[in-house]
Design a protein around this ligand. Sequence first.
Ligand code: AMP
Ligand code: MG
Length: 521
Amino acid sequence: MLRLDFDNRFIDELPGDPEPRNFIRQVRGAAWSAVMPTPVCAPRVLAWSEDMARRLGFDDGDMQDPAWAGVFSGNRLVPGMQPFAVNYGGHQFGHWAGQLGDGRAISLGEAVTAGGERWELQLKGAGPTPYSRGADGRAVLRSSIREFLCSEAMHHLGVPTTRALCLMGTGEQVERDMFYDGHPQMEPGAVVCRVAPSFIRFGTFELPASRGDTGLLRKLVDFTIDRDYPHLAGLPAGEVRDAAWFGEVCERTAGLMAEWMRVGFVHGVMNTDNLSILGLTIDYGPYGWIDNYDPAWTPNTTDAQHGRYRFGQQPQVAYWNLGRLAGALAPLFADPAPLQEGLQRYVVAHTSAEREVIAGKLGLADCRDGDVDLMQDLRGLMAQAEVDMTLFFRGLMDVDSALPRLASVEEAFYDPAKREQHAPEFVAWLGRLVARWADDPLPHAERRERMRLANPRYVLRNYLAQQAIDRAHDGDLGGVHELLEVMRAPYDDQPRREAFARRRPDWARRKAGCSMLSCSS
Ligand code: AMP
Ligand code: MG
């Protein structure tokens, strides 16, 4: 059996909860609680990420080894593992929610690879913890497939994210009321083994701040800088370093938002407990992917009425969340000015990241002011004419600059009548684009390559994930495996996999799982 080396810094360096028993409670003065995963009756590996496995040193044999299946579903530990759940709070839908914590995620430890990479291994759905707040600590197969696939899809799209090593079946049933409408059903249970350099969230800092526990807050900040931002560790301790760190958190978050907007990802629940301090996409719940371009869309039915976390709102929400983080860090600063400056870094970084995205998607060497308008006009048109975001942008690289017509973006239109109605505006817009190309230094081949790498051919469309889930419920994991494979090369044209690049079929328009999701998972 492969030997993993562990160096569990989070629990070695931060104060833990002295209570060893596993019952629901408020935990004060501690960053984590020791807790054992609850064993499951029939652990089985349903899928794994070859890419992530290799990175950790596992080969296919290891991943199929029943001993590791036991580990990845919470039935056994290997030497060096010290399971714990992290204490954090958060603002949920704009309101302070108090202590939340890892209610169903249990970290096994921080593995350090031969190459010196640090990866925390965490089981999501591994049973109750002191932070379960009356819920069961488990996860269902459908939401676990979604988290597993999307983590890896995002990684291969080049979007910062937590990763997923494997998807485990538990052989147990879990009860869920999918739309909270009084129709609970038993569903197959699952565990995802998630992997990230750090699972620390904005809410990790908010909780001690809300309790006036500046000592713990101080320790958490020092720890995070030391472990997760080591390049800042050389700065003089105190406000200078704290400010540099907060500013970098702001910049990373800004970059992440630009990336979500580039690929058409809607997180769905951007509560402050779901924002990573490393600027990673974290906690895949009722997320979704834009089919027809609609900045007002959210897949999360719980948020349908207000659309707080709708696609087009995400950069603003991230800024609001950073404001909550700044508020939590305020006790460490004599004067709020450095935190204000950090937030300003968000604005600057987001503007420049957004311009970088515009240049990439439109195939330009750099983004001029007029290009921002060009993109804005396109977005307006796409929304009006019901145009598939992914297909349209991908098609742009095949637009003939001598004769700009709709031919290469034809398949992006959902509604023939709207296509007819708006065709002249699109042709005019393409005319503006090719005129701009004529005034841009990039050679043709380089332009195409730039566009190819900014405009994925494949994204994890909601209905594709749902089809894989439906098959998995019938005992066939083939759909999960194939989708995982497709999403390993989202910028390549994959022969014989054209079906995965098509626009959403009509039947999926308003189907549960395909366009409507809830937090029930
Ligand atoms: P989420 O909105 O999924 O990020 O979850 C918010 C909080 O609820 C986190 O503290 C989760 O750990 C917790 N939670 C969600 N689902 C469960 C569950 N089935 N059992 C225990 N805790 C849960
Ligand atoms: Mg969460």
